[in-house]
Design a protein around this ligand. Structure first.
Ligand SMILES: Cc1ncc(COP(=O)(O)O)c(C=O)c1O
Length: 391
């Protein structure tokens, strides 16, 4: 491999949210946080160099988005998702979650209902309730193979007059599902039939394995695109979350104008210099790094699943189509607080399933970490579960 994903880099002194979150709950323990969705790898050297070059300039005044910034996004969406977009569709956003909030404020009214598909990324709930809109749950259902599926019958039953939007996660966090073109088309058809706005969070679109492909829902048809707001970002892909940079894509000029108006009102239109530079470098020069990252992540996923199968077969695993998360089912242990147990006894911090509007029997494990760290975390889990009295 040309790039290094094996080095263990300490993050203890850089106010890493992953560490701070666990440190609030436990003291004096050697932590392995496999929780919040960022990675324990340095970003691509091509991105680091671009940031260092700009940092060396020394003046960090107000900035405009450059032509390159738009072009890099247009080229990336074409190359990676086979989606042809134009400059006029693109808007800078300070983050995907803030863009989702802006879209909710712009396109729905107080007390309107918005559909989400739990278990799902927790800010989906809070983005709706914080804006005084109502959450309508269309829970995913598990099929006989252990795969979480969209329940379309339930979805249609819930589409009544106050439902104004559906907020989807594709690829889906935390299950790792990459929704197929057919599934997305069905969502799109419901949206047309029941006059919904589609808010499509595609932040995990670049982390996909094997022969699965990402389909932007807006690329399926003009009619679907006309009512869709798409959110993408290089932040998961290239480990840039702290640079708060994202992109919103809206093909419908009226919706785009309204979204931009809210962004303008909040004075959030031009972003930060380093985020803008990093996005351009990532989408222009980061592809080789990404291809190697995908191989490394898939290796970690296979290693983890294999480990559980051999060492702790009561933990049920499902191989994700995408994302660097595993959604692990601990129900066979029948323990009320797996998350607390792992954190307090072994310092291994996972994300509790209840946080995603699901069951605490499920825990989300972030495997984007050097193999040595991952191995140690898994051994700690195994040793605890083999010695703990679950009766
Ligand atoms: C589905 C999903 N959307 C959005 C985000 C966060 O996006 P941002 O940091 O750009 O607000 C995450 C981070 O884990 C995520 O998983």
């Amino acid at each position: 491999m040309k790039y290094d994903f094996d080095s263990i880099i300490s993050r203890k002194d850089e106010f890493s949210a992953k560490y701070r979150m666990a440190e609030k709950r436990v003291k004096d323990i050697n932590l392995i946080p496999l929780s919040i969705a960022d990675m324990e790898f340095e970003t691509a050297p091509e991105i680091k160099e671009a940031i260092l070059k700009r940092a060396n300039h020394g003046i960090y005044g107000y900035t405009y988005l450059q032509k390159n910034w738009f072009e890099s996004i247009i080229n990336w969406t074409k190359k990676r998702y086979n989606w042809n977009i134009k400059k006029e569709y693109i808007t800078f956003s300070p983050g995907v979650v803030s863009a989702i909030n802006i879209a909710i404020q712009t396109f729905t009214d107080m007390r309107d209902r918005i559909i989400i598909q739990p278990p799902v990324y927790p800010p989906f709930f809070s983005s709706i309730t914080n804006n005084k809109r109502q959450v309508v749950k269309n829970p995913l259902k598990v099929d006989s193979t252990g795969r979480f599926q969209i329940d379309f019958d339930d979805l249609e039953q819930k589409l009544n007059h106050r439902v104004k939007a559906i907020l989807i996660s594709n690829p889906h966090n935390p299950t790792g599902n990459v929704w197929s073109r057919e599934e997305l088309q069905k969502i799109g058809e419901f949206a047309i039939k029941y006059d919904l706005i589609i808010l499509s969070d595609e932040i995990h679109a670049d982390i996909i394995f094997g022969d699965k492909k990402h389909t932007p829902i807006a690329s399926i048809s003009e009619e679907i695109a006309d009512r869709t707001i798409t959110f993408i970002s290089p932040s998961k892909t290239f480990n840039l979350a702290g640079l708060t940079t994202a992109v919103t894509i809206i093909t419908n000029p009226e919706l785009k104008r309204d979204f931009d108006f809210t962004l303008e009102q909040l004075h959030l239109k031009s972003g930060n210099i380093f985020g803008n530079i990093a996005l351009d470098a990532a989408y222009s020069n980061g592809e080789d790094w990404l291809e190697e990252l995908l191989i490394y992540l898939k290796g970690n996923i296979d290693f983890t699943i294999d480990f559980f199968k051999k060492e702790l077969p009561k933990v049920k695993t499902y191989s994700p189509d995408g994302t660097f998360m595993l959604w692990l089912d601990f129900s066979d242990y029948n323990h009320p607080s797996i998350n607390k147990l792992l954190l307090e006894k072994e310092g291994v911090h996972l994300m509790d399933g209840a946080w995603f509007g699901g069951s605490s029997n499920f825990q989300r494990m972030n495997i984007a970490t050097p193999k040595e760290t991952l191995k140690e975390a898994l051994e700690r889990i195994r040793d605890l579960f083999n010695s703990y009295d679950f009766s």
